[in-house]
Design a protein around this ligand. Structure first.
Ligand code: SAM
Length: 282
């Protein structure tokens, strides 16, 4: 009989999965890191007891966090990633050959080191790409002091507890926007609204004050349990969210790489929010 591990992100609801081996565990300077081998999900990483990524379903989240903003933007050359220590976001960004520079700001170097070792298929050498500049720092401190500007900013943080909390504040969003070029797009992991509805409402209120177009798009990531995950979207160019699938398809074809979840029709459809999520945007 396999042993099961439970994720206790919510007080009244938990998900459990069978594990065959605890591969690595450490209390880093910032968080509790666990990596398991599992029969169903492949390898799984938890931070502070919360599922961060699994080999089985990471493609859904990483493709949607990256290709929606990078194909919506007409010519993204400079990208900023905040968090993303497992390397999946960086891997997908670097598939875009028109991207010339990526800065990734990760607070916990141990996450990068352990994910390079235990999740090689997540980063696939991305951390060594000459276009990638890896900075070990707090994302909030980085955007507050940053002189650089970017066409797309992707915030792939933990949930707003522990070190990730600061990445969901008005101060952070304000400073982050100073790092965005005119016509730039910001996207951010923003929880599962069926379970964490306040996170969507709070983010919407905060982004709406700063951007012409603050909205969300969705992706169903099985191990971010509770249905659709909402990904925050913010830009001062409201036309970027209105592009039709033919426009997106032309860029997708031009890019010349295959994806397992993302496609131009999914891109457009992901902005169609169910009413229970729209209600959170009041
Ligand atoms: N896909 C996951 C999700 O949606 O919950 C997130 C995965 S990624 C592993 C989250 C990363 O955010 C971790 O590597 C963590 O160390 C990093 N992180 C948390 N707080 C941070 C901060 N203030 N600045 C930079 N990185 C941070």
């Amino acid at each position: 009989m396999s042993q099961f591990v439970s994720e206790r992100l919510y007080s009244d609801y938990a998900q459990s999965f069978a594990v065959s081996e605890l591969l690595f565990e450490v209390k880093t300077e910032h968080q509790h890191l666990e990596i398991y081998q599992t029969p169903f999900l492949g390898r799984v990483m938890l931070l502070d007891g919360v599922v961060q990524t699994t080999e089985k379903d990471e493609f859904i989240y990483h493709e949607m966090m990256v290709h929606v903003p990078l194909f919506a933007h007409p010519n993204p050359k400079r990208v900023l990633i905040i968090g993303g220590g497992d390397g999946g976001i960086l891997r997908e960004v670097l598939r875009h050959k028109n991207v010339e520079h990526v800065t990734q700001v990760e607070i916990d170097g141990s996450v990068i080191d352990m994910c390079k070792a235990y999740f090689p298929n997540h980063s696939q050498g991305a951390f060594d790409d000459p276009r990638a500049n890896i900075v070990i720092a707090d994302g909030k401190a980085f955007v507050t002091e940053c002189q650089d500007t970017f066409d797309v900013i992707i915030s792939d943080s933990t949930d707003p507890i522990g070190p990730g909390e600061v990445l969901f504040t008005s101060d952070f969003y304000q400073d982050e926007k100073t790092c965005l070029n005119p016509g730039g797009i910001m996207v951010a992991q923003n929880g599962v609204p069926f379970m964490q509805g306040d996170e969507v409402s709070n983010t919407y209120q905060r982004l709406q004050r700063l951007y012409q177009d603050a909205y969300f798009y969705v992706a169903p990531v099985p191990t971010y349990t509770g249905g659709f995950m909402t990904l925050a979207w913010a830009t001062d160019d409201a036309s970027l969210r209105q592009q039709d699938s033919a426009t997106i398809a032309a860029r997708y074809e031009q890019a010349g790489f295959a994806t397992r979840y993302y496609n131009p029709d999914i891109h457009v459809a992901s902005f169609a929010l169910p009413n229970y999520i729209r209600q959170l945007l009041k």
